[in-house]
Every structure is written in C-alpha cells, then in structure tokens.
Design a protein around this ligand. Structure first.
Ligand code: AMP
Ligand code: ZN
Length: 473
C-alpha cells in the first residue's frame, strides 16, 4: 500500500514519492517562544508527529527538522507591529533571551509529555543569522529585493507564480484587504520583509549587524534558511497549521524558489485548527488559553489529549470540550486496561504477543494511515481488533503494541499512569514506603488522604495499583 497525503500545493491527495527512495526529509514550523504553547498548537505538533511515526512504520528513514522561532515573528502578518519576543520580555520584565530559553523548555516539556518524538534537528532561529543574511544577499543579487525606510523587502511582483500555495483568489483577497495597511512604502501589498532595521526608538534586545544595517531577520526567511541548510534546496515535506498557508508558507516558497530556481518542497501538509466553541477563542497574545499543564491540573493525562486529537482527521476542524476530553480520557483508560488484561492473560499462559503483519486487521490499520493519516479510522481498527472474538489474545496484544508505535499512547502502561501531580505521586511513594516498613497505621492514613484527593489505591498480589476516581475541579 502506498502512502498518500493531501498536498496543499496541488489541492489533492497524492502518492508520496520522496526525492530519494526510502528517505523523507521533513520540515515543521516550530513554536514562537514568547509564551506557553496552547493545546491548539499542540494539535498541529501531534499531527506532525503522527506523520513522522507513520513514515517510519512504512520503512522510511526520516530526518525531521523543527525550528524554534526566537526572533522576528511580528505581532502582525503584514510586517507591522512589534517582535513577539520583545513583547514577551516586556510583559515579564526579563530579557528576550531568557524568555526564549524559558518558553523553549516549557514547550519541550509539553511536547515530550504528549509523546511527540524529538526532531532530529531542533534549530533556534537566532543561531542561523549568518545563513539568513546569505539568503537575503542571494535574493538581492538576483534583483528580487528593494529597500524601504524600515527594511529590505521581497518584491512579489517579480515572481510570476507568487501565491500558488494559497491560490489566486486568496492572494487577491490579501491584496484587496491590505490596501489600507500601514506600510505605504511597500511596492505591492503582498511584499514582505526579509531583513528589518532596528529603529532607534525601539531599543531592541535582539539585533545583529548586516550588509544593510543593524537589525533582525524577517520571520519567513528564518524557516527558508534553516530548512535549506539542513534538508537541501528541495525538501520532501513541509508542514504547519492552516494559518501558515496564506502568508508564512506562501512567502517561504517565494523567497526560496526565487533564490534557488528549484521547487522548495514537494509536499505541503497543513493541519486544521483546534477550536474552542463556547469556551471562547484561544489566543497566545491575549494570554487566555489552555495548555497541557492546565489539562494535567484538571486531572487529565497529556496522552488523553493525544487520544482526543485522533478522534478527528487532521484536515478537519476539531472542537475542544471538557465532555470530549473526559470521554477520551476514559477511552484511553479502557484501552490500557484491555492491554494490561491481555498481558496478564498471556503471562499466565507463559505466552508472548504475536504480530501478524499479513492479517486483515493489520492491513486495515496501515490502510487508514496510508490514506492521508486517517487516525479516526486507525483508532477504529484498533478497537475492532481488541473487541473481536475471532482474534487470539497474543495477536491482539502484538497488534496493539505495534500500532502504538504510531499512536504513541503508551498502551503498555497502567491506565492513566502519568496523570498524577507530583504531590499525589509523592503520597503514593510515601505509602509504598510505609507498607514496606510495616507501618500500617501510616499506610492507612495515606490511603485515606489519597482517596480524598481522588486516587484509589489497591494492594494486589502483583503490587500496588492505583487509579483516578475523581477529577479535581
Ligand atoms: P506559533 O507558536 O504561533 O508560531 O504556532 C505554532 C504552530 O501552531 C503553527 O504551526 C500554527 O499554525 C499552529 N497553530 C496555531 N493555532 C492553532 C490552533 N488553534 N489549532 C491548531 N494549530 C494551531
Ligand atoms: Zn515556518
């Protein structure tokens, strides 16, 4: 079965044919580290992680590059407004560098908690200024740039197929809407900055010397320079959220292709947004949003959110509600319990899990992945297999564990294991110790305290088991 992906560039599903047989180079736009990443951002990273894991399952050797945007992302897509990093620094009274460090670490903590695999290369934009300047110079030499009072701009009128990713009508919409825009010095409304000058009144913390004057790179040039540096002038797959299509990725294509004369990326894949419905709009800039840590504080395991993301196809909008979060948490618990029971059953029989890649149920699972990463269908294949009366326990478990290479739900762990706060985990540990020390009074007290806090502890012949019985409000 061939892998097929929806390619935004051609607006259709296409067979995946990489540049080099058996290899896949992927660039995913990473976080702007001026604030915590919200669960909407995380939906996009989970979709990209599933892409990487699926390619690996299908035998590809994958090189995954993700950037960290730690400079140059302005508060407006129209090259006006402030650098988000400087906004973050002012908000918290810290240096922009400290803000970048703090939120990069916070992002990686959530990223890992969601079982997203670490990219092979994680590149902060501030470490690639030299490459960005070289790319702007190449564009200048080819006559694609011009200078205004606040920076060096890309002249989109010089590129006949500018805007091919978003489509003609979309670009015309931007042109119409941008007429009233502030930057009167731009030759065309779609033109964008490649290098911005530091303004004397601005007192920027992050700035560099360049052939055009002191300043900082435009957001789009960052991704082009880093993608090409690590993956070559043409890459296999470039991903991001749907909001990147019209401006960020459109401009990445324009400047990269103008500089090299080659296609920038063969495939472009975009995840639709997570929306909040009645819970209101999430916005990083306003500071009102849900993070993975908020979910944990409410008693939900990060992986329950990962499961929730699989309930919709990545190209469909997904609405977050607490009810669906609860349902996903329960479903994940049931999956893990089922896997644990199968493991117990096999252990009793001294049997081991068995993987039959030729079986129908395995094919249903890989067919779902191959069909543009259809995770709801892949999940259905898992449930159907586990429920089937005709499949042996050894095969069920063998399949569940193999499929978990893509699901990344830790199906081999006890139900809801990592949902515990450090405080609860410490109480369980203290109780374990009390029992070991035969201090049964203390052990009972701790058991009661844990139950009051919503954790039921049971002593079984196989050791201490616990489960969450009540969510904290
Ligand atoms: P940012 O940190 O703002 O640069 O965004 C990081 C990634 O999250 C980008 O790929 C965005 O397209 C994506 N993104 C932003 N908001 C949402 C959302 N509500 N749902 C899904 N992805 C999003
Ligand atoms: Zn990018």
């Amino acid at each position: 079965m061939d892998l097929q992906f929806y390619n935004t560039l051609r607006r259709r599903k296409e067979k995946f044919e990489p540049l080099k047989a058996g290899e896949a180079g992927i660039y995913t736009c990473g976080p702007t580290v001026y604030h915590y990443a919200h669960i909407g951002n995380m939906r996009t990273y989970i979709f990209e992680d599933v892409l990487v894991r699926s390619l690996k399952l299908f035998g590809y050797s994958v090189k995954h590059v993700m950037n960290i945007t730690d400079v140059g992302h302005l508060t407006s897509d129209a090259d006006t407004g402030e650098d988000k990093m400087e906004v973050g620094a002012r908000r918290e009274g810290k240096s922009a560098w400290d803000i970048a460090k703090f939120y990069t670490e916070a992002f990686l903590k959530d990223y890992k908690a969601l079982n997203c695999r670490m990219p092979d290369v994680l590149c902060p934009a501030t470490e690639y200024i030299k490459e960005m300047i070289a790319l702007v110079k190449a564009l200048e030499e080819k006559g694609f740039t011009y200078r205004t009072g606040d920076g060096i701009y890309f002249d989109t009128a010089k590129l006949p197929d500018y805007g091919k990713l978003a489509g003609k009508s979309h670009i015309e919409g931007i042109r119409e809407g941008a007429r009233v825009e502030a930057n009167a010095e731009k030759r065309n409304p779609t033109d964008f900055s490649l290098w911005k000058f530091s303004m004397p009144e601005e007192k920027r913390q992050m700035e560099w010397e360049s052939p055009w004057g002191k300043g900082f790179p435009g957001w789009h040039i960052e991704c082009s320079a880093m993608a090409m540096k690590h993956l070559g002038e043409t890459i296999d797959i470039h991903c991001g959220g749907e909001d990147a299509v019209a401006v960020h990725h459109t401009n990445e294509i324009a400047q990269s292709e103008a500089a090299t004369g080659k296609p920038f990326s063969k495939y472009w894949m975009h995840g639709r947004f997570l929306i909040m419905g009645d819970l209101g709009k999430m916005s990083k800039s306003s500071g009102s949003f849900l993070t993975v840590q908020t979910l944990v504080e409410k008693g939900y395991a990060p992986l329950a959110y990962r499961y929730f993301c699989f309930t919709a196809h990545y190209r469909k909008q997904l609405e977050f509600t607490w009810e669906s979060m609860e349902a996903s948490s329960k479903a994940l618990g049931t999956l893990r319990e089922t896997a644990a029971k199968l493991a117990e059953e096999l252990a009793l029989k001294k049997a081991t899990p068995k993987l039959d890649k030729g079986a129908d149920y395995y094919r249903k699972f890989t067919d779902a992945l191959a069909d543009d990463l259809n995770m709801p269908q892949a999940l259905a294949a898992l449930w159907d297999t586990l429920r089937s009366p005709d499949i042996s326990p050894a095969e069920k478990l063998g399949f569940a564990l193999a499929a978990d290479e893509v699901f990344g739900l830790d199906l081999d762990k006890a139900p809801a294991e990592e949902a515990l706060s450090p405080e609860l985990a410490s109480l369980i540990e203290q109780r374990r110790q009390a029992r070991k020390d035969k201090d049964f009074k203390r052990s009972d007290e701790l058991r009661k305290e844990l139950l009051e806090k919503g954790v039921l502890v049971e002593d079984t012949p196989k050791g201490v088991h616990w489960k969450i019985v009540k969510k904290t409000e």
